[in-house]
Design a protein around this ligand. Structure first.
Ligand code: BGC
Length: 247
């Protein structure tokens, strides 16, 4: 069975697993450690080593994909919304490769989730434009046109009230402000209606931590575009990172 390792670095947790590439499913436990406070590069590297050791793959030669919550271009992180500002303009892929002593594939976390859902999940065989959004600490986005990824779209940073819209309507905003599902959904309605108007997608897929509870908010949204939960829920990032590493 073809396998690869996926690591999904998020604003709150670092998750990892071994992925069965044929079925796009986890072939190990899903390991999770909290993202170190401040999420500075050296601390994140230590945490990634820890999850690889727990998975017992520190010396494995399986392909390794690492997903990260920032714009990633040619191995460099170009933004840092919910992690240390040290990542801005940082040679992150090289840093992890040096630190882990092996080759990796380094990608944006939402892009990884989008690839998992288009290859093995709710956007499988979807034609036209699928927009996946992850609702977690921030809001990530992946655009897939006829299954092909257009990387580094950053819909969580659409501008609202002099700030990134993710500060107002990510899942973390609901938790921080103790919003009801109804109150939070009203914010999501504004976000998704605007995105729908801008891009006329054919399908919305919702991933991230909150995709465990799709029944609480998806039925409250009124959109022309079908909107569904990510099949792989909070493991999409792990599965997509592994899948991209094996390409
Ligand atoms: C970052 C994105 C990331 C998203 C989800 C945003 O703040 O800018 O790159 O995909 O959070 O983690």
């Amino acid at each position: 069975m073809a396998k690869a390792i996926g690591v999904d670095i998020g604003g709150t947790g670092i998750k990892a697993g071994i992925v069965d590439l044929e079925h796009g499913t986890l072939d190990s436990d899903r390991i999770r450690v909290p993202t170190p406070k401040g999420a500075a590069p050296a601390d994140v590297l230590t945490a990634v080593k820890e999850v690889l050791t727990t998975l017992d793959v520190q010396d494995s030669d399986l392909p390794l994909g690492v997903a990260f919550p920032a714009i990633v271009k040619y191995g460099k992180t170009l933004s840092a919304a919910n992690v240390s500002k040290d990542w801005v303009g940082f040679e992150a892929e090289r840093f992890f490769e040096d630190g882990l002593g092996r080759q990796i594939t380094f990608v944006n976390d939402a892009d990884a989730a989008g690839v998992a859902e288009v290859r093995h999940g709710s956007a499988r065989d979807a034609r036209g434009l699928t927009i996946l959004t992850t609702l977690g600490t921030g809001i990530g986005s992946a655009f897939l046109y006829d299954g092909v990824l257009l990387p580094n779209t950053e819909l969580g940073h659409l501008w609202r009230d002099h700030d990134s819209i993710e500060k107002w309507c990510a899942y973390s905003a609901m938790e921080r402000e103790s919003l009801s599902w109804e109150a939070w959904s009203a914010r999501l309605q504004e976000f998704y209606s605007h995105v729908e108007f801008l891009f006329s997608p054919d399908l919305f897929v919702v991933g991230g931590g909150v995709s465990k509870h799709p029944e609480k908010f998806l039925p409250l949204l009124e959109l022309k575009t079908p909107i569904v939960a990510a099949v792989h829920r909070n493991s999409s990032g792990i599965i997509g990172a592994a899948s991209l590493a094996a390409d």
